[in-house]
Design a protein around this ligand. Structure first.
Ligand SMILES: Nc1ncnc2c1ncn2[C@@H]1O[C@H](COP(=O)(O)OP(=O)(O)OP(=O)(O)O)[C@@H](O)[C@H]1O
Ligand SMILES: [Mg+2]
Length: 254
């Protein structure tokens, strides 16, 4: 629907001047935003979900992660997927095999939108069984979630942390995988020391649930096996005793 009185360009210029905290943030954003993304951002800003947008935390091939504050001065993460980039075919495969997203349309925009919805929904489910960022909102190609970090720094990735007790760490992550599978019918699908953060007092935060699928997905068991293998490899390098084949079987049999 077109609103004749709505001058998007003017409104966006005005709002982005206010919203971005620095020219650096604006510049980073220029690589990501198209009309549709900025419309979504504008809407989130009107709702008070995003008030100030700081610089990027990380930019990957498919998404850019920003730090932001809500109107209530709560620090949050704004993950923006680039509609033009990304492995569109892979996304579609993950979506179509998942009974929750079976009917996704064939165009890029629709796929990315469903991808964001999937990440949001997965986080909501995962929150019941592991420590992960609480999902706050999703809109088009944007997901807003709780910030796992302090001030302006996210908690470090597990790969950069010295693990105190690798055997215990391995056991805990395996238990998390097991709870996700049996209690939430979910597999993370991209689990590794890159998508686990280590918070205060060694608490493990699970992030990056965009690849997660329902356990009835035709590839779910393969993904589960890969998740276990990645985690086993990591903890084994840290000195833990692991047996990925056996541990996978233990996870899946409950
Ligand atoms: N909720 C969060 N709290 C703190 N830091 C985060 C959060 N989400 C993401 N990050 C930071 O941003 C980095 C990239 O985020 P993430 O792993 O979700 O995306 P990605 O790997 O780039 O994307 P993709 O979904 O395409 O695999 C993380 O490694 C982490 O440092
Ligand atoms: Mg990641």
């Amino acid at each position: 629907m077109k609103d004749e009185n709505f001058d998007f360009e003017e409104r966006w210029k005005e709002e982005s001047r206010r919203m971005f905290d620095s020219s650096e943030a604006r510049k980073a954003f220029e690589n990501v935003f198209d009309h549709s993304t900025s419309m979504a951002l504008l809407k989130l800003s009107e709702q008070g979900i995003i008030d100030t947008l700081y610089g990027t935390i990380e930019s990957g091939k498919e998404s850019v992660v920003f730090l932001a504050d809500t109107a209530e001065e709560e620090r949050v993460i704004v993950k923006i997927y680039m509609t033009r980039a990304g492995n569109f075919r892979e996304m579609k495969r993950y979506l179509r095999g998942d009974k929750r997203f079976r009917n996704v349309k064939d165009d890029r925009r629709a796929v990315v939108q469903e991808w964001c919805k999937k990440e949001y929904r997965n986080l909501k489910k995962a929150l019941n069984v592991v420590k992960c960022p609480g999902p706050i909102a999703f809109r088009r190609n944007i997901v807003v979630m709780e910030f796992a970090g302090e001030e302006f720094s996210p908690y470090p990735k597990m790969k950069n942390v010295e693990i105190q007790n690798p055997q215990e760490g391995y056991k805990q992550v395996l238990n998390g995988i097991k709870r996700l599978w049996h209690k939430e019918e979910l597999v993370h699908g991209d689990l590794s020391e890159y998508n686990l953060l280590v918070g205060r007092e060694g608490v493990t935060w699970w992030i990056d649930f965009s690849h997660g699928v329902h356990y009835n997905h035709p590839e779910a068991e393969e993904l589960l096996k890969r998740d276990v293998k990645n985690i086993a490899n990591f903890f084994s390098r840290q000195g833990a005793d692991t047996d990925p084949e056996k541990d996978y079987k233990r996870v899946i049999s409950g």
